[in-house]
Design a protein around this ligand. Structure first.
Ligand SMILES: O=C(O)CCC(=O)C(=O)O
Ligand SMILES: [Fe+2]
Length: 222
């Protein structure tokens, strides 16, 4: 309760981006039909700036570490599979991102209401892909576990342009689709069915990647 009170106080004067029910329904319709949806200008400028600044601070602090593959019991660092560095966000201590947590809480509430899901938690990490790195084709649900229901990626690359690479490739029967990792673009997709990959990036590539979960963080590993 005290925790919630603190969050409310700290986010009182921050401009959350409020979307109408019609807009949510449009997104979720698209998500239901195509298994993914791309949403541009997702965060308010103020919250985007907070996430962007937080990313720079964590990079300066050397807080991003080589990412692994698989679940805790099967945690191998495989450079051939993915070349990114990640920082797992802690909702309790990374209070600089309170406004983002509130915005995502709201998205989860809407997902539950309109997609009839029962998401009870979410997790996210910052990711940095140095020049020349990629993430090979994969599904976000680990083998034998379906805790991750929806994946989302928010890109932070302000000056991204054609030729910079690092597109998110979504594999579809009707042909693959490459999505540019442009700043403040959110891609939301179904973790269990959408195969995807990150193409080789020609510049440093920044994002925030997250998952909406059936069970609270941690329980998925039990
Ligand atoms: O950054 C992206 O576009 C996707 C990242 C991804 O697929 C993952 O972290 O599982
Ligand atoms: Fe992924």
């Amino acid at each position: 309760m005290e925790f919630l009170f603190g969050v409310i106080l700290r986010t009182l004067f921050i401009e959350l981006k409020a979307y109408s029910d019609e807009v949510y329904l449009q997104w979720f319709d698209e998500l239901a039909q195509k298994d993914f949806v791309v949403i541009d200008d997702y965060l308010s400028e103020e919250i985007f700036a907070k996430v962007f600044d937080f990313f720079q601070v964590k990079r300066d602090d050397d807080a991003l570490a080589k990412a692994g593959i698989g679940t805790l019991g099967d945690h191998t660092i495989a450079k051939e599979i993915r070349g990114d560095y990640v920082y797992w966000i802690d909702k309790n201590t990374d209070t600089e991102l309170d406004a983002l947590h509130v915005q995502m809480d709201d998205l989860v509430a809407k997902v539950n209401r309109y997609l009839f899901l029962s998401i009870s938690d979410f997790e996210y990490h910052l990711a940095f892909y140095p020049k020349g790195t990629y993430y090979q084709k994969h599904l976000d649900q680990f083998k034998g576990r379906n805790n991750r229901q929806l994946s989302y990626v928010l890109y932070l690359n302000k000056d991204w342009q054609q030729g910079d690479g690092g597109e998110l490739r979504i594999f579809r029967e009707e042909g693959d689709l490459d999505i540019a990792p442009k700043a403040n673009r959110l891609v939301l997709f179904k973790s269990g069915v959408v195969e995807h990959e990150v193409l080789t990036t020609e510049t440093g590539r920044m994002s925030l990647t997250g998952w909406m979960l059936n069970n609270p963080v941690g329980l998925g590993f039990l």
